[in-house]
Design a protein. Sequence first.
Length: 610
Amino acid sequence: MCGIVGYVGERQALPILISGLKRLEYRGYDSAGVAMIRDGAVWSEKKKGRICDLERSLETQPSDGFLPVGIAHTRWATHGAPSDVNAHPHFDCKRGIAVVHNGIIENYAEIRRGLLEKGHVFASETDSEVLAHLIETFDEGDMVAAIQRSLHLVRGTFGILVLASREPDRIYAARRGSPLVIGLADDENLVASDGSALVEHTKKVIYLSDDEMAAIDRRGVHVRTLQDSRVSKSVQELSFGLEQIQKGGYDHFMLKEIFEQPETIGDSMRGRLLSDEGRAKLGGLEGYLERIRNSERIIITACGTSWHAGLIGEYLIEKLAHIPVEVEYASEFRYRDPILSRNDTVIAISQSGETADTLAAVREARQKGALVLGLCNVVGSSVARETAAGVYLHAGPEIGVASTKAFTSQVAVLSLIALALGRMTSLSNDEGRLMVQELMSIPDKIRAILGQTDRILALARKMTKKRNALYLGRGFNYPVALEGALKMKEISYIHAEGYPAAEMKHGPIALIDEDMPVIFLAVKDPVYEKVLSNIQEVKARGGWVIAVVNSGDRDAARNADEVIEIPETSQPLSPMLTVIPLQLLAYHTAVLKGCDVDQPRNLAKSVTVE
């Protein structure tokens, strides 16, 4: 979950490293550090806090004597509290080797004990520091061999960069389960844990695969496996530009990404809807739809917000295609020894395509013979490479840690999959055409909701005084209640929980009083009258009710204290609309409370550790 940047070329390395770290700060912001070669030795500066704290510290450092090569890191803490000493880079005893690391070394304690017995002295509490000492132990003049031998002893995940004072014009990179992408340019090369740190300098990249390493200098990149076999890598092009990772006049990335959703949902559907035929065409699933349709069941596995999208996918596929669907937390999936067969289809959903728990679930499902498909946003990511087929979201880079546009794009793509399967099973041509029309209308309906920002801001002012909140929905909007509650607690730190509305009377109703805001998703659907009854139950106990309702709904307005109106759409597609006001409510509440909405405490964007 940490951010890694490396540079070797002809320009001053430090400004490039710092700029790259800023692009990656959403991946971790507990501490940051850099290491470069200066006067024949490894020089470093590292600091607890944000990258701006590191920049202030660097202002007092001399600027002469540095070679144009360096590595840098921004940390999300796992082993060891955030501190200057636990910040990366880490060093060997002689400070001739510097290492930055993303991932977790599971057997670090065992390795550390062995190194301590050999006289090594450790400076930090981290698992990562053992890597520098291991490399030192095996370094007999061949850095490639030393790195390979070290990593053969390691259990866990890693994306590492290594800088050595005796090879001052080269960086080494290696990965297993943690992404690294190498940017190629004229007389300079870069490496990072995410392409967003590279796109300012080049769009030509190569992706390292698991158990591969690279020697990188300004003239080229040489890739081999950790077993020392040479590897030929294809050059690819980043699918986004610099403008997509800038705020574009918005106060926060999260707000920008909320307002991008009419376009990103449209992009996720572009070229995939056949209006006259009333069906969806998904090139990424070409040749697999028949097998999916004939599956005994579909298992959707994901984490966090993607899991909520998966729940909506369950409702969509079961309603439209009549195929049994189960939704599993990826973090639990492989550890409960799931029963799978060749007649099952597993769909793994991950915004980044690098989520460690989801990748572990993918590998478990593949090992047990299931057909494994991937839904992710990042081209060339691990989920995309390790699944048999899949669908890209085309949502563009999502920088805000709290996911917004990736969620709605996931729901849009799941809607397309459900439509494709439904047209093969139970949906008529006319029903398919109607759904295509509704799907194509969603972006404009979201624009209408976004026009109510001032109304939602007024509600947010009242929410700032609350300590708890309850989100309730039924059917397709039960998962939206979960997602709305997650957004509120992620960025405003107000404790919020989502429930099926009918479950309120089985426990949560005990919490209802005049200080408890209850947000209802009360759109017109088959259980609308039931939800109105739930609203009355809350009002009878003094609760403050905010209801998300269809435009012109007077019945809900009479029962609720506050309403947010949204356009009508078909029941299966309503989550793409009902979630928008919940995203805005969370955003404005957090801003009014003075919270850092793009980088909420303790969170990071790409969860590449278990």
